[in-house]
Design a protein around this ligand. Structure first.
Ligand code: NDP
Length: 495
């Protein structure tokens, strides 16, 4: 199959001199340094972005602050919802353009970019927009005794927290950026986004679409750059909340920094070493297609995807035989070729990290299937299944964030739960079984923010998402995000 044709407006966008998006327009960076944007399929430099310094960040934060106290504060909740819905319409209309930008910068399969990243961005944004008119306080009856016939009443207000600093990783930059925009804007906050240095372009384009959607200038700003740019954002006194998605070490550093900046609110969506447990009654022919898709989607570079398979010993041999055969059918190729099933890793730094884990597995004869780094251009590795030496094996413990998953047999429920919970992470987990009683007994014992039965890696705007243990603090989606983006003000009245 041939590759999809890159749209003219995508080529034109790549060629632009990119700055930051501040106060409703693209503006030149004060910071002079630049980063190259590399296509992970071709290893060619396709664009350059600016590295924002403290002055750039302050400019963006000031713009967001003015918009917060000015235009956005004057916009009614109903109008906020309308504008977010309009932005969702524009994302849909520009879907192919945004999908191509994502594929060129992340190596994501074009159909995944179209049907997951862009399509889900639209669905999530419309969901958030629907909350704008439903963010309310409560009334309550105080317990203070009345001594002289006076009465008391009380109520709470939910007030937007102010300027949000949103720091976004490289795996789903558009969609995760949209989650942060949707949460901030629907509650009445404004936002400054710092995308990953590897995948900045789709959010820069999105910020332009936001102006077309009628979102007032300054409400959404994008400052590009590396980790240091993100640090300046957290340190800015006008940033009242940091919403971070990324790795555990960076998340911990950000949490500490935010606390030291006058207790800036912070929510952290971090990594995982997620478990998928296949119980004795599972029908492997039914389980495997769904499990494989959930595991190797976007080359395994999904925080929620499983990296540890636990298989009941009675099914272990059959599982290994069938999954090995299935992995051999996965067609690795250019992400712009619509028939490819598996593309490259997203950037060279990550490619080196995954290669390190593959080398480790090869040294110890742990490769069951896959394991090769593909020769030639591009950051390609095979989808890989490994055995582990035990629960202290680094391959069992450390997040690879790649298409590398290990498998271990278990004998009974107690052993299974103990091994599943043997991790500093607690993001997601799944049970594959039709034994409802067993599943219901196990659910409370599994340490994970999200637990799926007969599915994995599905996020939905109506269902809260976030991690336990070192996988994070806070919950996104549903009504759970409202707490994080608003201050709860209590009012008591004596009359
Ligand atoms: P990183 O933690 O390396 O980076 C995330 C973002 O933080 C990037 O924008 C990065 O910029 C920025 N950053 C890096 N250092 C600092 C710093 N000191 N101060 C402020 N900002 C900083 O994660 P990755 O981008 O590599 O993403 C992969 C990780 O994200 C995985 O661990 C994955 O599990 C996790 N993740 C979690 C999700 C969840 O919802 N729980 C969802 C998606 C990913 P730059 O890239 O320019 O260095």
């Amino acid at each position: 199959m041939s590759e999809v044709q890159i749209l003219q407006r995508v080529n034109a966008f790549l060629k632009r001199q990119h700055g930051h998006f501040i106060d409703g327009e693209m503006c030149a960076s004060v910071g002079r340094a630049q980063v190259e944007i590399v296509n992970p399929t071709t290893e060619q430099v396709i664009a350059h972005i600016a590295i924002g310094n403290q002055t750039d960040v302050e400019h963006a934060v000031q713009s967001a602050h003015q918009a917060f106290i000015g235009a956005w504060a004057q916009t009614s909740p109903y109008e906020r919802g309308l504008k977010l819905n309009k932005l969702a319409d524009l994302i849909e209309q520009h879907g192919e353009e945004l999908a191509q930008l994502e594929t060129l910068t992340t190596g994501k399969l074009i159909n995944l970019a179209r049907h997951l990243e862009v399509a889900q961005s639209v669905i999530f944004l419309r969901y958030f927009a629907s909350w704008s008119t439903k963010i309310n306080g409560q009334t309550m009856q105080p317990s203070i005794p009345s001594m002289q016939g006076e009465k008391y009443t009380a109520f709470t207000l939910r007030q937007p927290i102010g300027v949000v600093g949103g720091i976004v990783p490289w795996n789903f930059s558009l969609m995760i950026g949209v989650w942060k925009i949707g949460s901030a804007l629907t509650t009445g906050c404004s936002i400054v986004l710092k995308p990953s240095e590897f995948t900045t372009l789709s959010l820069l384009r999105l910020a332009e679409l936001a102006i077309e959607a009628g979102i007032p200038k300054g409400v959404i700003n994008v400052v590009t750059g590396k980790g240091e740019t993100g640090q300046h954002l957290i340190e800015s006194p006008l940033v009242k909340k940091v919403s971070f998605t990324g790795s555990v070490p960076t998340g911990m550093a950000i949490g500490k920094l935010a606390m030291s900046c006058d207790l800036t609110r912070v929510s952290l969506e971090l990594g995982g070493k997620n478990a998928a447990a296949i119980l004795a009654d599972a029908d492997l022919d039914q389980v495997l297609p769904t499990l494989l898709q959930a595991t190797f989607v976007h080359q395994g570079q999904v925080c929620a995807a499983p990296e540890r398979f636990f298989v009941h010993r009675s099914k272990y041999a059959e599982f290994i035989e069938k999954i090995t055969a299935a992995l051999q059918q996965i067609k690795v190729g250019s992400p712009l070729d619509e028939s490819s099933m598996f593309g490259p890793l997203s950037n060279q730094v990550h490619f080196e990290k995954v290669k390190h884990y593959l080398d480790l597995a090869k040294q110890n004869n742990q490769v069951i299937a896959g394991g090769r780094v593909l020769e030639g251009t591009g950051y390609f590795v095979e989808p890989t299944l490994l055995s582990v030496t035990g629960t202290e094996d680094p391959l069992f413990i450390e997040e690879t964030f790649g298409p590398v998953v290990d498998v271990i047999a278990f004998d009974d429920e107690e052993e299974l739960i103990s091994m599943m919970n043997h991790s500093r992470f607690g993001l997601t987990a799944s049970l594959w079984t039709n034994d409802l009683s067993k599943a219901l007994r196990m659910i409370p014992q599994i340490e994970a923010g999200t637990l799926w039965i007969n599915m994995h890696t599905f996020l939905d705007p109506a269902v809260p998402f976030g991690g336990m243990k070192a996988s994070g603090i806070g919950r996104e989606f549903s009504d759970a995000f409202i707490d994080d983006y608003t201050e709860l003000k209590s009012v008591m009245i004596r009359y």
